[in-house]
Design a protein around this ligand. Structure first.
Ligand code: DCP
Ligand code: CA
Ligand code: CA
Length: 371
């Protein structure tokens, strides 16, 4: 394998984002516990907490808990409850992303409040410059928009993401290549993106508690238990290896479909029912164009309307349905482990096309039964 070039990657994650946006719009909220809620409308307090500011978190109020519970925990604390105003957060997010883009070689937006930046060229490959640049980015975003963020700086996306969580809010955490092992090995396994509650339980049974335990574990057995994609991913991740490039979204040409689920769900079988219908349509389209695909991607739009995409590159080009189904299934399984939110819309796509060999095409045509 060709060694990938040393990179410097940042993950910028905005602090208590929806609540911080609300504080920005109304400075009188500062100093009070602020809770942004997704009100379901069934009763006055039915629904869940979308996010809360750090003051509210001190009382155990965090994303995902029921609103009535949040209200109970904040009784008599002069707390402010507000409904989600997604359009407003999106506007601020767009402005911040375009500021950040000017500090990057490539920027990949990962969610409404998160982006990966490849800054290898911008920083001439030095961590000193990267750290100084992070401070400059913070000052710029604070001045131009008025919000704070936390950032992880590391040799790849995986480590940058974990590092961004170390000092919050308004922090900078640098993990240099020579520090990766010491940084990663003592962490609990769920520090790795994709290791959710179920995987934690399974790994615990196998005697794996820390990333260090995972790194020592036989990769063959990981593959037996978790399947090839996940097994190999877990193994590499535990060793701090992640070659996933920072990629501008929508760069590659692709053929795909998106659609809304009959109801919000986290049920893999239910989600795959929808995906299978989409695969049928996608299959017809790329077959007509005599294309082979080498990448399969999925998209999930969550109940808060944030969108996540994941993709997998195959070992060799393919042209069948089954390969798409299998890859989509694996990607959704992994993705569901990364989030507790329900999924509203889903999509599947294939990309990284090559043309089917003319000779092959000819043969196929030749052997096709005459109508
Ligand atoms: N969000 C949501 N429901 C969740 C989690 C998050 O609606 N269960 C929304 C609200 C958050 C935004 O997504 O503001 C970003 O999510 P983060 O996980 O980055 O959390 P915050 O930005 O709120 O806090 P932190 O400072 O911990 O990053
Ligand atoms: Ca955040
Ligand atoms: Ca985030």
């Amino acid at each position: 394998m060709v060694p990938t070039q040393a990179r410097i990657v940042m993950l910028v994650d905005l602090d208590y984002f929806f609540a911080q946006c609300e504080e920005l719009r109304n400075p009188a909220l500062k100093g009070k516990p602020v809770v942004v809620g997704m009100y379901s409308g069934r009763t006055e307090t039915s629904g869940a907490v979308s996010t809360s500011n750090y003051l509210a978190r001190e009382f155990g109020v965090k994303s995902g808990i029921p609103l009535f519970l949040a209200q109970k925990r904040l009784e008599g604390k002069d707390a402010v409850f507000l409904p989600v105003d997604y359009d407003y957060y999106q506007q601020l997010s767009d402005k911040i992303m375009s500021l950040l883009r000017s500090f990057s070689d490539v920027l990949e937006q990962a969610s409404i409040d998160e982006a990966y930046l490849d800054v290898t060229k911008k920083t001439e490959g030095t961590y000193e410059k990267a750290e100084a640049q992070a401070q400059e980015m913070k000052a710029t975003v604070k001045r131009e928009v008025g919000v704070t963020f936390s950032v992880g700086i590391a040799p790849n996306k995986l480590i940058a993401k974990i590092a961004s969580n170390v000092h919050k809010p308004d922090g900078v955490t640098v993990v240099r290549p020579e520090q990766v092992k010491a940084f990663l090995l003592p962490l609990p396994v769920d520090a790795i993106l994709g290791v959710g509650k179920k995987t934690v339980a399974k790994m615990s049974e196998m005697g794996i508690k820390t990333v260090g335990d995972l790194a020592k574990f036989d990769v063959q057995r990981l593959v037996e238990v978790f399947g090839k994609t996940l097994g190999v991913y877990f193994h590499n991740a535990a060793h701090g290896v992640d070659n996933d490039p920072v990629q501008e979204a929508g760069e590659a040409e692709s053929i795909g479909r998106m659609g809304t689920l009959k109801e919000d769900s986290r049920d893999l079988d239910f989600i795959m029912e929808k995906i299978n219908q989409q695969i049928e349509e996608v299959y017809v389209e790329f077959t007509q164009k005599s294309l082979l695909y080498r990448q399969v991607g999925i998209t999930a739009v969550m109940t808060d309307l944030s969108a996540k995409s994941r993709s997998k590159t195959l070992e060799k080009p393919a042209k069948d349905k089954e390969t798409i189904h299998k890859a989509a299934w694996e990607l959704f399984e992994k993705y569901l482990g990364e989030t507790d939110m329900e999924i509203r819309r889903v999509g599947v796509r294939v990309a990284s096309f090559s043309k089917e060999e003319p000779q092959q095409q000819l043969l196929t045509r030749f052997f096709q039964p005459k109508p």
